[in-house]
Design a protein around this ligand. Structure first.
Ligand SMILES: NC(=O)c1ccc[n+]([C@@H]2O[C@H](COP(=O)([O-])OP(=O)(O)OC[C@H]3O[C@@H](n4cnc5c(N)ncnc54)[C@H](OP(=O)(O)O)[C@@H]3O)[C@@H](O)[C@H]2O)c1
Length: 322
């Protein structure tokens, strides 16, 4: 899968490619036994993912910080299909308190949990700290999802045991994981303002999404848990993600318009990895345009993944003590 396939939409070995939409990649799949959480499901790729999972009869929980957008997303889904099962719960990934409250709210619903889509994200933000004192792109894109996933794992494991259905976790990463700090993750200064680059901090958080998926995948395999964990690059899609770089992204899109996808195409890889039966048992992999790809050498570094896991635990613990 190279630039030629991206531009022409030529399908790869999976039979799908860059032009495939989320509806096409899930055609004929019955997900009525499945409950899925989609973070950031109120807009962009997350909304389309939630819409298509609901279309395939999954029970979808939209986890969002902007409740107006999330309720509007729910209204639109129900407008299309009055029988769709969609709920909305408040989640701010920038706040560990909010993440814990979300998990309590979800557990209180007494639903199973088969699929977790760690989709929410922010990009190219000026230097800023989260409520818990962590650099905001790392906090939102990686650390928040790290904590959320850990808190939901027991529920996912219990669901697979009872239902026999394979659990799936999908992390939304990006090709931008290639553009990070030279050491990959700034272990010695994750919150340093000195040397901060909005672009590299985004790349670092997206590298963290892949490392998180591969380390969690290894751990779950060792336990024998019936849960896969993979990461995806959705493609280049004009969404609200570009709010901090709106003008430069518009110009870039004009110059490189053949490389861009629309939102239905942008949600295809997530939906493929979340639902497609051909990926049964496939774990710890990285996907692009609905096909498996090799991520960067840093993203394949198991030592780095383990180190990030330990750092993430330390940071979550330190925030919990405050
Ligand atoms: N679009 C692309 O070209 C592209 C390329 C590569 C990877 N990605 C990845 O794809 C994912 C989805 O991006 P998108 O393009 O669909 O962008 P988007 O339309 O901006 O959607 C991102 C969603 O995340 C939510 N979010 C942001 N911060 C949050 C927080 N602290 N707590 C809870 N939710 C939060 C946003 O909510 P608000 O509306 O409240 O901000 C929004 O609903 C991201 O992880 C992104 O890194 C996108």
């Amino acid at each position: 899968m190279g630039i030629f396939s991206l531009v022409t939409g030529r399908p790869g070995p999976s039979g799908f490619g860059s032009a495939t939409t989320a509806e096409q990649v899930t055609e004929g799949i019955d997900a009525s036994d499945v409950t899925a959480i989609v973070t950031g499901g109120g807009s962009g790729i997350g909304f389309e993912t939630a819409r298509v999972l609901a279309l395939r009869r999954a029970h979808v929980i939209i986890a969002a910080r902007n409740m107006d957008a999330a309720n509007e997303a729910k209204r639109l889904i129900l407008n299309d299909d009055g029988d769709a099962r969609v709920d909305v719960l408040k989640l701010d990934l920038c706040s560990m308190k909010s993440i814990r409250a979300f998990v309590n709210d979800f557990i209180a619903l007494d639903l199973p949990l088969n699929i977790l889509i760690n989709n929410a994200g922010i990009m190219f933000c000026p230097y800023q700290l989260s409520e818990d004192g962590f650099e905001v792109q790392f906090a939102t894109n990686h650390l928040g999802h790290f904590l959320l996933t850990n808190l939901l794992l027991d529920k996912m494991k219990a669901t697979t045991r009872v239902s026999g259905i394979e659990g799936r976790i999908v992390n939304l990463s990006s090709i931008a994981h290639l553009h990070t700090y030279k050491e990959g993750i700034r272990f010695d200064g994750i919150n340093d303002q000195l040397g901060y680059s909005d672009k590299k901090a985004y790349g670092q958080s997206k590298l963290a999404n892949i490392l998180h998926a591969s380390e969690l995948s290894r751990r779950l395999q060792q336990e024998g848990a019936n849960i896969t964990v993979n990461s995806v690059h959705p493609g280049l899609i004009m969404t609200n993600l570009m709010r901090h770089s709106f003008i430069s992204m518009r110009i870039m899109k004009m110059l490189t318009y053949l490389l861009w996808k629309n939102v239905p195409q942008g949600a295809a890889t997530t939906c493929y990895v979340a639902l497609h039966p051909s990926l049964k048992g496939v774990t710890g992999k990285y996907f692009l345009d609905c096909n498996e790809m090799e991520p960067s050498a840093l993203a394949r570094d198991e030592r780095l993944a383990k180190k990030l896991w330990d750092l993430s635990n330390e940071l979550v613990d330190s925030a919990s003590k405050d």
